[in-house]
Write a protein that binds this ligand. Structure first.
Ligand SMILES: [Zn+2]
Length: 121
């Protein structure tokens, strides 16, 4: 027994394809930096937008969320449990970047809203 991690029934460490159910990384690969199981401190780690890892992440997220409208993405982020919106955040950032825009959380900590910045109007 060398694993210190005790996977729960609901959240196995690896799925039947030996991939992380949270980030999709194969067992032979490290978790994505934004994965809850990654040793990285996700809050302090930001992948450069042109890094292969970031592009792979964005591609995976786009495949999953590409059909979701931007307003629905934002609503999901605003109503998600803590840190339950990682994928939505990635997809929103990617879409806005294509428009030369960014987003941030409003400063009302108890009723945080996504604020879009940049671009026209
Ligand atoms: Zn993972």
């Amino acid at each position: 027994m060398k694993s210190e991690f005790q996977p729960s029934q609901e959240q196995p460490e690896r799925n039947e394809n030996d991939e992380c159910p949270l980030c999709g990384a194969h067992i032979s690969e490290p978790h994505y930096p934004d994965c809850a199981r990654s040793p990285q401190d996700a809050a302090e780690y930001e992948m450069p937008s042109d890094s292969p890892e970031r592009l792979a992440l964005e591609g995976r997220v786009q495949a999953a969320l590409g059909h979701v409208s931007t307003s629905a993405l934002i609503r999901r982020m605003e109503t998600a449990e803590d840190f339950g919106y990682d994928d939505e955040e990635v997809e929103l950032s990617r879409r806005l970047r294509e428009q030369g825009k960014t987003w941030r959380w409003s400063e009302d900590f108890f009723n945080s809203k996504v604020v879009i910045e940049g671009g026209e109007g």
